[in-house]
Ligand binder design. Structure first.
Ligand code: GLN
Length: 556
């Protein structure tokens, strides 16, 4: 469904904004709308405009901002792009996410190059033009472009974006752009009432900057009576059918079906005057919900990591595990365990009730000794193990120390951090690699932002290996985000101890996958498979990992 030939026709635009409070699920509503338009046969692309001033989300703390989602073309983006991909299957690109910081930095760079011919640089038109140019990228490729504006209406940082989308809709032919606004209807228990006033104010705020919503999505914990719906329509100047209730759901994957029942896609198509609207085929989402709600049994997976306080820090992993459960029609109960606990306590009592162990990606030394102990437990006890990125590096360090006799095996990352040489680096700082037909080089002293091996790279899997069996293929392509790499110098020694290098970069220089030969299911991967998993197409590694967990659950 990705790129229909549009013969140069411009996309229709849905601009999605939020009001009243943040965290209303704007990203989810946008993603679900994308899925619904696809279900009616249209092609879509989703795009996120973020008002914060960071130039890219790559250097933002996962504690504060949730995970960094990496695209095939190597952009480090916001986790909302992950939702977009999981709901539509359309691979996001660099040009699908932008922040104020990036916009301003582009404008200032152009100014330095003299592109504005010495004119006074202003928010209107220079910043707004930069935003409009961004919004229009690739608009001849799809039927619908859905652009979500981060934050809430009224935020100071958001103003240039709101102004830019107002101008954009004005520049385009009439009827080509619509506005969808998400709000909250708070419930007052004392009087047993839903209150519409915050929504009225939020729409008033929008209208004061020239934006009239066409569709209002109202989050509510209680049913919205028709009377209230009519009142919102009247006061907000929206048609009653375009006031869409959005109630809490059992699972995010219910959103497409729920929004469809609530009339969202119909309201959007009506706002564009698309009539008759093509009939939707909801079978993909019916199947997803069937798998989710009719799961038999449960497996318990321990995720041993560092950012355990905020689940969003590993959002894609949590989702990919759910998808793996759906592939096996079993419920996956993931529990997050702080790796540092294992530096003080024996992991055994903490881990023995789990059917599988996952060590996710991460940066920095903190918690790594605990992760290595979790790896050792999984290896020795035959518990299914999936190591992702840092989790693979931990598996290699564990094998080097405990099987191959490399005393002090460690990663250069930890020595760089402390400035001391304490480890024998079996994982070293990657300074050059091949991307397509050219060589990429990095210095240790390069800036923090953008110095990693990022985005899609292919790997060649060894025939007959466990991982080739899991994928059912030997040529794969996965997304990367790392600076350090397992040193092939140790390959022979480690393979001699049973840790096979079963996936390599096509030039044979970079280890991509390791697996323990004499273990029921132990795989470490240098990339992030979780980023490509979808509810309707679970990633084979997660499907395989959960299957192994299910087998383990039958043993214990
Ligand atoms: N810190 C490690 C590296 O840079 C692992 C990164 C990750 O887990 N994403 O190689």
């Amino acid at each position: 469904m990705e790129f229909a030939d549009h013969g140069g026709l411009m996309a229709r635009y849905v601009f999605i904004t939020g009001g009243v409070v943040s965290s209303l699920g704007k990203g989810l509503a946008s993603a679900a709308l994308g899925a619904l338009l696809q279900a009616r046969g249209f092609s879509v692309r989703l795009r996120k405009l973020d008002p914060y001033l960071n130039v890219d989300p790559g250097t933002m703390s996962p504690f504060e901002h949730g995970e960094v989602f990496v695209t095939d073309d190597g952009a480090e983006t916001d986790l909302d792009l992950g939702h977009y991909e999981r709901f539509t299957g359309v691979s996001a690109r660099k040009t699908d996410s932008v922040s104020s910081g990036r916009i301003y930095s582009n404008v200032l760079e152009k100014e330095r190059k003299g592109a504005y011919l010495g004119k006074t640089i202003q928010v209107i038109p220079h910043v707004t033009n930069e935003i409009k140019d961004f919004i229009a990228i690739g608009d001849d490729e799809v039927d619908f472009m859905l652009c979500e504006i981060g934050g809430t209406v009224g935020d100071i940082e958001g103003l240039p974006f709101f102004e830019a989308i107002r101008q954009f809709a004005q520049d385009r032919p009439r009827g080509q752009c619509i506005f969808m606004h998400l709000t909250l209807l708070p419930y007052l228990a004392a009087s047993g009432e839903l209150k519409t006033k915050p929504t009225q104010h939020s729409v008033k705020e929008l209208r004061s900057i020239g934006l009239q919503p066409d569709v209002l999505v109202c989050r509510s914990e209680h049913p919205i009576p028709d009377k209230e719906r009519a009142k919102i329509a009247l006061f907000c100047n929206v048609r009653p059918e375009a006031v869409i209730p959005a109630y809490d759901l059992r699972s995010i994957y219910e959103a497409p079906l729920a929004y469809h029942r609530a009339g969202l896609d119909q309201a959007v198509l009506d706002a564009f005057n698309i009539s008759p609207a093509p009939r939707p085929d909801m079978s993909r989402w019916e199947d997803v919900m069937d798998r989710l709600t009719n799961a038999e049994g449960e497996v318990r997976v321990a995720i041993v990591g560092k950012y355990v306080q905020l689940e969003d820090a590993y959002k894609s992993i949590a989702e990919a595990l759910t998808h793996g459960g759906m592939a096996n029609r079993v419920k996956v109960k993931a529990e997050w365990i702080d790796a540092e606990i294992f530096e003080r306590e024996d992991p055994g009592p903490h881990l023995e009730s789990f059917h599988a162990i996952l060590v996710p990606g991460g940066f920095g030394e903190r918690g790594t000794e605990g992760k290595i102990r979790a790896v050792q437990f999984a290896r020795e006890k035959g518990v299914p193990y999936l190591g992702i990125c840092l989790g693979m590096q931990m598996a290699v360090i564990e094998a080097a120390r405990n099987l191959a006799g490399v005393a002090n095996a460690g990663s250069e990352e930890f020595d760089h951090e402390t400035g001391k040489k304490r480890f024998t680096p079996v994982v070293y700082h990657l300074k050059e690699w091949v991307q397509g037909n050219h060589r990429v080089e990095r210095k240790v002293t390069d800036d923090k932002g953008g110095t990693m091996r990022l985005g899609a790279y292919s790997a060649a899997l060894k025939e007959g290996s466990k991982v080739a069996d899991v994928y059912g293929a030997i040529d794969i392509e996965e997304r990367h985000r790392h600076r350090y790499e397992v040193d092939i110098k140790y390959r022979a020694a480690l393979e001699g101890c049973g840790l096979l290098f079963s996936g390599m970069s096509p030039d044979g220089r970079l280890p991509e996958i390791v697996e323990h030969r004499d273990h029921p299911w132990f795989i470490g991967v240098q990339f992030h498979p979780e980023l490509k998993s979808k509810p309707f197409a679970p990633h084979p590694l997660f499907a395989g990992f959960v299957k192994a967990a299910l087998e383990q659950s039958r043993l214990v």
